[in-house]
Design a protein around this ligand. Structure first.
Ligand code: FAD
Length: 473
C-alpha cells in the first residue's frame, strides 16, 4: 500500500529535480490531471518534471523508500485513463516532457536514440531530415511522446508494414521502481544473450519501470506513394481487396484503413472543409496507401490493375486515386477526423477490438446486429486499422438522449462487443492498452495463468507497488 505524501517528502522531491523541475501550481497542473476522454479527474500535490535520467532515478529512490506512488505521464493522450493520478491526492505525477533530447541519429546504424519526452512528430521530422523514416504514425503524433508510445506499445496506421511500437525498438533505458538505472541502449539487430528484457517494459503502461530513452529503428524513406479511397460493397470485399493488393505489390501495402457510412457522414457534417470525394455517401470505404522506394510507375500501375480487376469482380464499387499529395492529405483528413467528429456529435462508447484478419467480416456481421438489437437508438460508428484486424467499433449518443443515460449503457454494450471479439479469438484491447479503464476486462477475458504471471512480474519489479498503481494489473 502506498502512503500519504508529507511536506518533508515534497521538499525532498523538489530538491531532487531543482527549481525548474517541479510545479504545485493548480493552473499548470489542471490540463495534466484530466484524461484525454474527460473521464478521470486526478489529484496530486506535485508535478515533477525531471531533466535527465539521474533525476528520474533520484525521484524513484525517494518515492520507493517512502512508499509513495508515482504516475508517469507523456503527452497525456491515453484513451484508457492510464496517465493521470487517482482522486485520492497521494500520487506524484512524473512528466517526462523535459527529457526531449535526441541523443543520437546514426545513418550508419539506421537508428535514432531519443529521450522519452520527445514528441513523436519531432522524431518523424528528424528522420525525414536525413531522408530516412521513423514509421510510427498516429493521429495524436503532434502531442504524444515516444516514452508514452513505447509504454503503450502504440499501433497506428502503418502497423501492417512496419509493426507496432515494440517492433521499432532495439534498446531501452529504464529506471526501475527502486531508482536503479538499467542502460539497455544497445543498437543491435541481433542479440540473443538471454531474455529480451526490454519487452517487459514495452506495453507495460508505466507499471514496471519508467522508460527514459530508447534506440529506435529507422528505415529507408519511400519516394513514391499511391493513395486511394475506395468504396467496397462489404467487409468481405475489403479483405479481398487487401489480399489482391498484397498479391500485386507485396510489402508496398503500407496502410489499409476502414470507415463505415456513419464515420463518413459524421466527418462531413462536423469537420469544416471536408469534402465528399464521391457524389454520394456509401456504406463501406477503404483508405489505402502503397509506398515504395523505387518503381513509382510500377506502383501506380499495380494499384490501377488491382482496382480494375476488383471492379470487374464486383469487389469495388467506386474508387478515387489521389492525384497529388494534397488530395491524399484530404483523404487522410477524413479518416483522422472521425474521433473529433464523434466528439462533436455527442458522447461516445468506444471500443478498440481486434480479431484475426480472416474473421473481420464475421465480427462486423455479428457485432452490428447484436448492438443494434440491444441499443437500437444509438449510432454505430465503425472504423479502424482493417489491415491489422483492429476496429474501433464505437457507438454515439442518440440525439434526444442525455449523455449520462447514454454512458450508463456502457458496461452492457462493452461486454456485448468484447464477448463477440474474444469468442472469435480476438482481443478487447487491441492498441490502446488496459490502463484504468479495462482492468476488469483483463481479469475476465485472459486466462488466470496469464493474469497471475503479470501480477508476479509486477511484484518482482515493483515489490512496493509504487509504479502507476491501479492501472493494468
Ligand atoms: C486522436 C488520438 C488518436 C490516437 N490514435 C492511436 C492509434 O492509432 N494507435 C494507438 O495505439 N493509440 C492511439 N491513441 C492513444 C495514445 O495516443 C497512445 O496510447 C499514445 O501512445 C500515448 O502516448 P502519450 O505520450 O500521450 O502517453 P500518456 O497518455 O501520457 O501515457 C500512456 C501510458 O504510458 C505511461 N507512460 C507514459 N510515459 C511513460 C514513460 N516514459 N515510462 C513509463 N510509462 C510511461 C503512462 O503512465 C500511461 O499509462 C490515440 C489517441 C488520440 C487522442
Amino acid at each position: 500500500m502506498t502512503k500519504k505524501i508529507s511536506t518533508g517528502l515534497i521538499q525532498q522531491l523538489q530538491a531532487a529535480v531543482g527549481p525548474a523541475g517541479w510545479s504545485c501550481d493548480a493552473e499548470v497542473l489542471a490540463p495534466l490531471l484530466l484524461d484525454q476522454r474527460g473521464r478521470y479527474q486526478g489529484v496530486t500535490p506535485i508535478l515533477l518534471r525531471p531533466a535527465c535520467t539521474e533525476e528520474v532515478s533520484k525521484v524513484l529512490r525517494i518515492c520507493h523508500q517512502a512508499d509513495i506512488a508515482v504516475v508517469p505521464q507523456g503527452g497525456n493522450t491515453s484513451l484508457v485513463g492510464g496517465s493521470v493520478p487517482d482522486e485520492a491526492g497521494n500520487q506524484v505525477l512524473l512528466s517526462l516532457s523535459r527529457m526531449n533530447r535526441i541523443r543520437d541519429l546514426s545513418i550508419a546504424d539506421f537508428t535514432l536514440t531519443a529521450e522519452a519526452g520527445c514528441i513523436l512528430a519531432s522524431l518523424q521530422d528528424a528522420a525525414e531530415a536525413e531522408n530516412l523514416l521513423f514509421p510510427l504514425s498516429l493521429a495524436a503524433e503532434g502531442s504524444c511522446q515516444i516514452g508514452g508510445n513505447l509504454s503503450t506499445n502504440a499501433g497506428g496506421t502503418q502497423v501492417l508494414r512496419y509493426g507496432n511500437a515494440r517492433d521499432l525498438v532495439l534498446g531501452l533505458e529504464v529506471v526501475f521502481a527502486n531508482g536503479e538505472i538499467w542502460n539497455g541502449l544497445r543498437a543491435l539487430r541481433k542479440d540473443n544473450a538471454g531474455y529480451d528484457l526490454k519487452q517487459l517494459f514495452l506495453g507495460s503502461e508505466g507499471t514496471l519501470g519508467i522508460i527514459t530513452a530508447a534506440v529506435l529503428k529507422l528505415f529507408p524513406r519511400p519516394n513514391h506513394t499511391e493513395t486511394a479511397l475506395v468504396v467496397v460493397p462489404d467487409a468481405e470485399a475489403a479483405m479481398a481487396l487487401l489480399r489482391a493488393c498484397r498479391a500485386e505489390v507485396g510489402e508496398a501495402v503500407t496502410r489499409f484503413e476502414y470507415m463505415d457510412r456513419a464515420s463518413m457522414e459524421l466527418v462531413l457534417c462536423q469537420i469544416p472543409d471536408i469534402r465528399n470525394p464521391f457524389a454520394e455517401v456509401h456504406d463501406h470505404y477503404v483508405l489505402l496507401e502503397l509506398t515504395a522506394s523505387h518503381g513509382g510507375e510500377a506502383l501506380a500501375r499495380g494499384l490501377e490493375t488491382v482496382l480494375e480487376q476488383s471492379l470487374g469482380k464486383g469487389r469495388v464499387i467506386d474508387a478515387v486515386i489521389a492525384q497529388s499529395g494534397r488530395q491524399a492529405r484530404d483523404f487522410w483528413n477524413i479518416r483522422e477526423g472521425i474521433p473529433e467528429a464523434q466528439r462533436k456529435d455527442g458522447a461516445g462508447l468506444k471500443q478498440d477490438v481486434s480479431v484475426p484478419l480472416s474473421r473481420l467480416p464475421e465480427f462486423l456481421a455479428r457485432a452490428r446486429p447484436a448492438v443494434a438489437a440491444a441499443f437500437p437508438e444509438a449510432l454505430i460508428v465503425a472504423f479502424g486499422h482493417l489491415g491489422d484486424g483492429n476496429l474501433h467499433f464505437n457507438l454515439n449518443q442518440p440525439h434526444g438522449m442525455d449523455a449520462e443515460s447514454f454512458r450508463a449503457r456502457g458496461p452492457e454494450i462493452h461486454r456485448l462487443i468484447y464477448d463477440i471479439a474474444v469468442e472469435m479469438e480476438g482481443s478487447f484491447a487491441a492498441e490502446h492498452g488496459v490502463g484504468r479503464l479495462k482492468r476488469e476486462e483483463l481479469r475476465r477475458y485472459r486466462p488466470a495463468v496469464e493474469v497471475e504471471l503479470m501480477a508476479k512480474l509486477k511484484s518482482t519489479l515493483d515489490p512496493r507497488g509504487i509504479l502507476n498503481p491501479g492501472k493494468v494489473v
